[in-house]
Design a binder for this molecule. Structure first.
Ligand code: XMP
Length: 520
C-alpha cells in the first residue's frame, strides 16, 4: 500500500481512483477496499498510455472543487475514454464526463449541499439495490449536468440536479452527482460494490492479508539490504508500522523506545513484552524516567512543560539513534496524508529533524511509511492481522508529552504514580463496561488543588482526580461522553479507596470547543 515502490504486486484486479482535488479521494479508495478490491489513487494528469500501463479493471473519477467551465480546470486525457475500461464519475468527475463526452453542464442558480432526496427513475446497474423511488444522498455541488452524453440513460434526479445519475453501458460510462463514498449516502456502498464487481468484473479477493503482503513486498523493494530505525511511542500507528516493517526486513530493523516515565501504567513493560519478546524485534529500550523528572522539577507552566519534555525526548532519541550509525531508513507510522501526493513521488528524502525533530542535520533518512494510504481502523485491522495484542491495537490516542500534561502543576514521581493508578482504574472500568472502542479517549487528570474530605471518621485533605471521557471523530471537536452513572460511581469509589492521596473525584462535562481534550 505504500507508494514507495510496487505496492500492489499481488493484486489481480485494480481500480484506479483519479484525484481531482477531492476531499474524499482517500475515502473512495477505502470504499473500494471495503468491497475487497485493490485500489490506488492516481493524479489526473496521467496520459492514457500511463493509465493503460496500470491495467485497471475500472477507473473512478473523484469529485473536486473546480468547475468544468473554468480555464485550467483539471481534465482527463480524452484517450482514457477509449481504453475500454469502465469509468465511474463522482460529482466533479461526473460533470467532467458529461462535459468531455458531449453532454452539457449548466451553472446552477443555487447549489445543493448536504442531504438531498434522490429520485431513482431507472435503477440501471448501479442503483439496483436502492431500487426505484426516493433515497437520501449527500450532495455537494454548484454546477449541475443538464444533458448527459448521447446514448446515456438518466437513472436518477434530485431537486437541483436533473441528471443526478446517468449510465451509458455501451460506452462504459457511469456517473453520479452525489457522493456514494460518504456515510450520509446509505445506498453508496452498494453502488460502489455494484460498479467494481458487476460492471468492472472484479473478483473481490483483496483482504487485509493482501494489504500486508503487498506492503511487505514494497518495503523489501525499497529497503533492500539496508538498515532501518523506528521510534516506538507505544501508540498504535508506530506499533503497526514497526511490526509490518519487521515482517518485511526482520533484523534489519531496530526500534528505539524512550521510556519517559510519563507513560500509562504498564505501558513501558507492554511495549518491551510485545516487541522484544513476542515479536522478536530488536529494541533499544532507553529508561529515562529519572532524567525527565529531574528536568521537570519546578516546571509548572503547561507550555514550558511541553517544551521541556519534547526537547529531552528528542535529545535521548538522538543519542540512541546515533548508535545505529548505518541506518539509512526511518520508519514512520504516518496515516493517510492530509495532502494527497498523487502517487508520483517515491519516498521523500527528508532531513530527519523535520519528522522526529532534532536529529543531527547531517543524518539523512529515506522515509518508510507503510500506512500512509490507510485509515485508522484499517491500521487497527492490519495490526490485528499481524498478531499485535488488542491492548496495543485498540489503544486510545495518547499525547506525546504523556501524563506530563495531565498532572496540573509540577510533575513529580509521586504525582505520576497517583495519576497512573487512577488512570488505570478509569481505563479498566471503561473496558469492563464494553465502552473502550466507543469512547475516543477516557483518562484521569490530577489537579493541583486540595479539598477537605472524611474517610473512616478521619479528616482528609488531599488532591482530586478529574475523569475526562470524550467522544470524537477526529479530535478536532469532541463532546463529553454521557457515561452511565453507575460506571462513574464505580470509578469514583475505586479511585478513592485504592489510590492514596486522592479524596475526591470530579467528572469533566466540557466539550471541545470551548475546552480541549487534554487539560494542558
Ligand atoms: P487537544 O487537547 O488539543 O488534543 O484537544 C487533541 C488530541 O491530540 C492529542 N494530543 C497530542 N498528541 N502530541 C500528540 O501526539 C501532543 O503533544 C498532544 N497533545 C494532545 C490528545 O490526546 C487528543 O487526542
Amino acid at each position: 500500500m505504500t507508494r514507495t515502490s510496487g505496492g500492489s504486486a499481488r493484486a489481480t484486479d485494480r481500480i484506479l481512483v483519479v484525484d481531482f482535488g477531492a476531499q474524499y479521494a482517500q475515502l473512495i479508495a477505502r470504499r473500494v477496499r471495503e468491497a475487497n478490491v485493490y485500489s490506488e489513487i492516481v493524479p489526473h494528469d496521467l496520459t492514457a498510455d500511463e493509465f493503460a500501463a496500470k491495467a485497471p479493471s475500472g477507473i473512478i473519477f473523484s469529485g473536486g472543487p473546480a468547475s468544468v467551465h473554468v480555464d485550467g480546470a483539471p481534465r482527463i486525457d480524452p484517450g482514457v475514454y477509449d481504453l475500454g475500461v469502465p469509468i465511474l464519475g463522482i460529482c466533479y468527475g461526473a460533470q467532467l464526463i458529461a462535459h468531455q463526452r458531449g453532454g452539457t453542464v449548466g451553472r446552477n442558480e443555487r447549489g445543493e449541499y448536504g442531504r438531498t432526496d434522490l429520485s431513482v427513475a431507472e435503477p440501471g446497474a448501479l442503483l439496483v439495490d436502492a431500487g426505484a423511488g426516493s433515497h437520501p444522498v449527500w450532495m455537494s455541488h454548484f454546477d449541475a449536468i443538464t444533458e448527459p452524453p448521447a446514448g446515456a440513460t438518466v437513472t436518477a434526479s434530485s431537486p437541483d440536479a436533473p441528471v443526478a445519475a446517468f449510465e451509458a453501458p455501451d460506452a462504459g460510462l457511469y456517473a453520479v452527482q452525489f457522493h456514494p463514498e460518504v456515510h450520509h449516502t446509505p445506498c453508496g456502498q452498494d453502488l460502489i460494490v455494484r460498479f467494481v464487481h458487476d460492471v468492472c468484473g472484479c473478483g473481490g479477493d483483496w483482504t487485509m492479508a493482501s494489504v500486508i503482503e503487498s506492503s511487505v513486498d514494497a518495503i523489501r523493494a525499497q529497503v533492500g539490504d539496508g538498515r532501518a530505525i523506528c521510534g516506538l511511542s507505544g501508540g498504535v500507528d508506530s506499533a503497526v508500522a514497526a511490526a509490518l516493517v519487521h515482517r518485511a526486513i526482520g533484523h534489519q530493523l531496530t526500534c528505539v523506545f524512550v521510556d519517559t516515565g510519563l507513560m500509562r501504567a504498564g505501558e513501558g513493560e507492554q511495549v518491551v513484552e510485545t516487541f522484544q519478546k513476542t515479536q522478536g524485534i530488536e529494541l533499544v529500550h532507553v529508561r529515562a524516567a529519572d532524567r525527565f523528572f529531574e528536568r521537570l522539577a519546578g516546571v509548572t507552566d503547561p507550555e514550558d512543560k511541553r517544551k521541556a519534555i519534547g526537547e529531552l525526548f528528542i535529545r535521548i532519541f538522538e543519542e540512541a539513534a546515533g548508535g545505529i550509525t548505518d541506518a539509512k531508513f526511518l520508519v514512520q507510522g504516518t496515516l493517510y496524508p492530509d495532502v494527497i501526493e498523487s502517487g508520483t513521488k517515491d519516498a521523500a528524502k527528508i532531513k530527519s529533524h523535520h519528522n522526529v525533530g532534532g536529529l543531527p542535520d547531517d543524518m539523512e533518512f529515506d522515509l518508510v511509511e507503510p500506512l500512509r494510504n490507510l485509515f485508522k481502523d484499517e491500521v487497527r485491522a492490519v495490526g490485528s492481522e499481524l498478531g499485535l495484542p488488542d491492548e496495543i491495537v485498540w489503544r486510545q490516542p495518547f499525547p506525546g508529552p504523556g501524563l506530563g500534561v495531565r498532572i496540573i502543576g509540577e510533575v513529580t514521581p509521586e504525582a505520576t504514580a497517583i495519576l497512573q493508578a487512577a488512570d488505570l482504574i478509569v481505563r479498566e472500568e471503561v473496558r469492563a463496561a464494553g465502552l473502550e472502542r466507543e469512547i475516543w479517549q477516557a483518562f484521569a487528570v490530577l489537579a493541583d488543588i486540595r479539598s477537605v474530605g472524611v474517610m473512616g471518621d478521619e479528616r482528609t485533605y488531599a488532591r482530586p482526580i478529574i475523569i475526562r471521557a470524550v467522544t470524537s471523530e477526529d479530535a478536532m471537536t469532541a463532546d463529553w461522553a454521557r457515561l452511565p452513572y453507575d460506571l462513574l460511581e464505580k470509578m469514583s469509589s475505586r479511585i478513592i479507596n485504592e489510590v492514596d492521596g486522592v479524596n475526591r473525584v470530579a467528572y469533566d462535562i466540557t466539550s471541545k470547543p470551548p475546552g480541549t481534550i487534554e487539560w494542558e
